[in-house]
Design a protein around this ligand. Structure first.
Ligand SMILES: [Zn+2]
Ligand SMILES: [Zn+2]
Length: 97
C-alpha cells in the first residue's frame, strides 16, 4: 500500500533510471524543485551507509551530465516528505556565470 507521494511515484516528470539491484531506488526529476533526486524504493527514513553511498553515486552521474562537473551539490535534507528517504542534486548558482 502506498504510504506517501514518494511511494507512488508517477511518470509525470523526467525519469533517469530505476535500479532493482542491489536494492530498489529511482532517479527522477523532483516535482517541486525540478532537480534530479534519488528516491529509495521502500518507505523508510534512513538508508544504510552503503545504500546512501550507492544512491549518491548514481545521482551524481545524472547531475554531472545535467549540470557539469562540480556544478551541483548533493542535498540530503528532506523538507517536504521527512519520512521517506530521498536525496536531491541541486545546481550551484554562481554569480556572473
Ligand atoms: Zn513513502
Ligand atoms: Zn524537491
Amino acid at each position: 500500500m502506498p504510504k506517501c507521494e514518494l511511494c507512488e511515484l508517477r511518470e509525470y516528470t523526467q525519469r533517469y533510471c530505476q535500479f532493482v539491484h542491489p536494492f530498489k531506488f529511482s532517479i527522477l526529476d523532483c516535482d517541486s524543485c525540478d532537480t534530479p533526486m534519488a528516491v529509495l524504493g521502500e518507505h523508510r527514513v534512513a538508508p544504510s551507509d552503503e545504500e546512501r553511498a550507492f544512491m549518491i553515486e548514481a545521482l551524481s552521474l545524472v547531475a554531472r551530465k545535467k549540470y557539469g562537473e562540480d556544478r551541483f551539490i548533493i542535498d540530503g535534507v528532506m523538507r517536504q516528505i521527512p519520512d521517506h528517504c530521498h536525496i536531491h542534486a541541486r545546481p550551484i548558482v554562481r554569480f556572473g556565470a
